[in-house]
Design a binder for this molecule. Structure first.
Ligand code: ADP
Ligand code: MG
Length: 713
């Protein structure tokens, strides 16, 4: 069917193109399809549709069943349906605006088609006595049922062919590109596919083993499923035709990251050797024994650092698993080799706290730790920059500004990135440039407290090696978590009073206010004022993102010292803050936060020897999804389980924090749904690299179109 706005057929350009027709659909531009001129091509480019192959891989998000024609008399309001009938009256009327009304009946009832935008040609064509087939949403109008702007087609009076002979695809689109247009384009592209085909890069052995359909059949099926196709499977994304393409897409992503890693193998880094005994002494001098997991991952890191190729390693471990001390020990290995280490934290507060920890551990050993943040005074900053440039600063701690600003390192050989999930792959790659000056690349250790399920890490971080701290320091007690409605605020306040009366400390985290640090700060101020009124015998402190670094610092320090009983805070305390005597965490509006974030916040307590509690306050009524999220936190303290659930509920893009960067923006695959494909994807990648290396590049190009976005190093 044609969309209600007439699609004018542009004359075929075949004549001009015939001689120079490119061989493959992967190279044939969209402009070779009928009706695609420069203006439309530009709009299609917004959808990343540049070649005929791109059009073929632009798959429907859903389908409509227009295969059955519904008698007008049995239409239901709100349904989207196909009807067929004869035009009775057709009139152009002028109410507040000009419109075309067209009355159609089929013997069982009648309905009005209403057009606000129409051409004279359309008005003339839709005249009394014509047979018409339309599709649209049935609405209740002033005088009975109507469809506004139906898709329609004039049919022969004696037509008996009924509805469409396949399910109707509905495509992801953009402004100014109508569904009818996309259907027309895919129809042409499918014709081309039938003619010249598309290379199937998956090895035949794999197709045999899995029973996946061949590429051409899968693509054709998904654009035009037959009327009896299993719609519920298509909607769930688990139809074999979809799974085959999802598999191929995951394979392409995985391969592209593997390629990055292969290239790194050819790069040079300084081999950081000789610090082993110093690191051993440092560990022996700590007030605690490292856990077995810490010892193991430190060894993995040290082995990498001693090699002449850049390390690219992910260190994951639950909140409180002790990643920082491992990072400090690894940093020492680098300083012992006479090189500099940069430590990048996601926030200024966390950079400051890292600086405190690193100084506490490393300064006594004569290692100079420098904090470089935007908040330094001009003179301090100049001094710090000079120390970085002349090499006297050995460990340099800051935010991403470390790499954006004009910071000259004398001899940078090792970069540690904390809370990796907040940085994108781009920043990860950008870091590489800093060491290039003297012909080598820095080693990189990226730490994350949002553990990533193994299968996901294999795809999302296929360019990284992975170390996992899967053990918490001894005597950590699990945090007991409850969810309480905000209506019982008084009970929650009473719990704070009790805990503090026992000499413990508490956090009170204020609601997250979208996009507004100012409003968030204001809410926190009001909450702090109200709580210190009610809890007049307690000392209440306040930190939020709008305070100056030194004010924040002063409050945090007095909380650490125990001078402040209750710390009211915005989510700035989410990561890293470490106060063992704090045993109670209250989180307001918990229903609005993501699982990973809640788990992070909860990780601020349970660090001492007493029983700790976390209260998730929520506003009723809870959505089903929010209820599920809070339920998961009540059930488990295991960050890996939380991450897995988070993945299911929110999808991988959110979890990895790379939504904006477009990294894990998949067309068909869904990492939560298709996670079970990943081990096989991994194997297929290995097989392809070994047996069919020349298929790798075209496969990656097919799915990650603008490979320059991140696939190239
Ligand atoms: P995270 O992995 O969340 O960054 P931290 O590095 O902040 O965790 O460690 C949490 C706390 O546990 C810190 O006070 C740290 O000094 C302490 N810690 C680290 N390792 C151990 C250990 N093996 N035994 C006891 N305490 C430890
Ligand atoms: Mg940490």
């Amino acid at each position: 069917m044609t969309p209600s706005r007439t699609v004018r057929k542009t004359p075929a350009k075949a004549g001009a193109k015939a001689g120079a027709k490119p061989v493959s659909l992967a190279e044939q531009p969209v402009t070779s399809l009928h009706g695609v001129g420069p203006a439309l091509a530009e709009k299609l480019a917004k959808l990343d549709l540049r070649t005929v192959q791109d059009v073929l891989f632009h798959l429907p998000t859903r389908y409509e069943d227009r295969t059955r024609v519904v008698p007008i008399g049995s239409l239901r309001v709100g349904a989207r349906a196909v009807i067929e009938g004869e035009i009775g009256l057709s009139e152009t009327v002028r109410a507040r605006r000009r419109m075309l009304l067209c009355h159609v009946s089929d013997g069982t009832g009648s309905i009005t088609l209403r057009f606000f935008h129409f051409s004279n040609a359309q008005a003339t064509a839709l005249k009394r006595g014509k047979s018409i087939r339309c599709f649209g949403e049935i609405r209740k109008g002033y005088k009975g049922l109507e469809i506004v702007h139906p898709e329609y087609q004039l049919t022969a009076a004696d037509s008996t062919d009924g509805g469409e002979n396949h399910l109707t695809p509905v495509y992801p689109s953009t402004d100014g590109v109508q569904q009818g247009r996309l259907r027309a384009l895919t129809r042409q592209a499918l014709k081309e596919l039938k003619g010249q085909g598309l290379k199937d890069w998956l090895p035949g052995e794999l197709l045999d083993r899995t029973g996946y359909p061949v590429l051409r059949d899968a693509v054709t099926f998904l654009h035009r499923p037959p009327p009896d196709a299993a719609l519920h499977k298509l909607e769930a994304g688990i139809h074999p035709a979809q799974q085959r393409l999802a598999f191929e897409e995951l394979l392409a992503h995985h391969l592209s990251l593997r390629q990055i890693r292969e290239k790194l193998r050819d790069d040079k880094a300084l081999a950081l050797k000789g610090g082993e005994s110093m690191v051993q002494n440092f560990i022996a001098g700590l007030p605690f024994d490292l856990t077995g997991a810490q010892v193991r991952v430190l060894k993995e890191i040290q082995t990498d650092l001693s090699k002449g190729h850049p390390m690219l390693r992910l260190l994951q471990g639950d909140v409180g698993s002790g990643k920082t001390v491992v990072a400090a020990a690894a940093a020492m290995q680098a300083t012992a080799a006479g090189t500099q280490v940069a430590v990048m934290a996601p926030t200024e507060l966390l950079a400051e706290q890292h600086a405190d920890s690193f100084r506490g551990w490393l300064s006594p050993l004569g290692i100079r730790v420098v904090l470089l943040t935007g908040r330094l005074k001009a003179a301090e900053r100049r001094e710090a920059l000079a120390a970085v440039a002349d090499g006297s600063a050995q460990v340099i701690i800051g935010t991403h500004a470390l790499f954006q600003e004009h910071v000259q390192f004398a001899r940078l050989a090792f970069v540690i990135v904390d809370e990796q999930h907040r940085f994108g792959v781009h920043q990860r790659l950008a870091l590489r440039d800093k060491g290039v000056a003297f012909g080598t690349l820095p080693h990189q250790l990226v730490m994350t407290a949002t553990p990533i399920p193994r299968t996901l890490a294999m795809t999302a971080y296929a360019d990284l090696d992975c170390s996992t701290i899967d053990e918490l320091p001894p005597r950590r007690r699990p945090v007991t978590t409850v969810a309480i409605s905000e209506e019982r605020r008084a009970d929650v306040v009473a719990r704070v009073r009790d805990a503090c009366a026992r000499g413990q400390q508490a956090y009170w985290v204020c609601p997250l206010i979208d996009e507004s640090e100012a409003l968030e700060a204001q809410a926190a101020e009001e909450t702090a004022a109200a709580l210190s009124d009610t809890l007049s015998d307690l000392s209440v402190g306040l930190v939020h993102g709008r305070m100056s670094a030194s004010d924040k610092d002063a409050v945090m320090k007095s909380f650490k010292r125990g001078d402040v009983d209750l710390l009211v805070a915005t989510t700035v305390i989410e990561v890293g803050v470490d106060v063992p005597n704090a045993s109670l965490m209250i989180i307001e509006n918990a229903e609005r936060m993501g699982l990973a974030q809640l788990h992070q916040l909860r990780g601020r307590v349970g660090r001492g020897s007493v029983e700790s509690n976390c209260v998730l306050m929520y506003k009723s009524p809870l959505s089903a999804n929010a209820r599920q999220r809070l339920g998961i936190l009540r059930e488990t303290n295991d960050g890996f389980k939380v991450a897995r659930k988070d993945l299911e509920l929110r999808g991988a893009g959110e979890l990895l924090g790379t939504r904006q960067t477009g990294l894990m923006q998949m067309k068909i695959a869904n990492l939560a749904r298709d996670a079970e494909l990943l081990p096989a994807v991994h194997d297929a990648a290995t097989a392809l690299l070994e047996d069919y290396p020349d298929r790798v590049a075209p496969l990656v190009r097919r799915w990650i179109g603008g490979a320059d976005r991140y696939g190239q190093v």
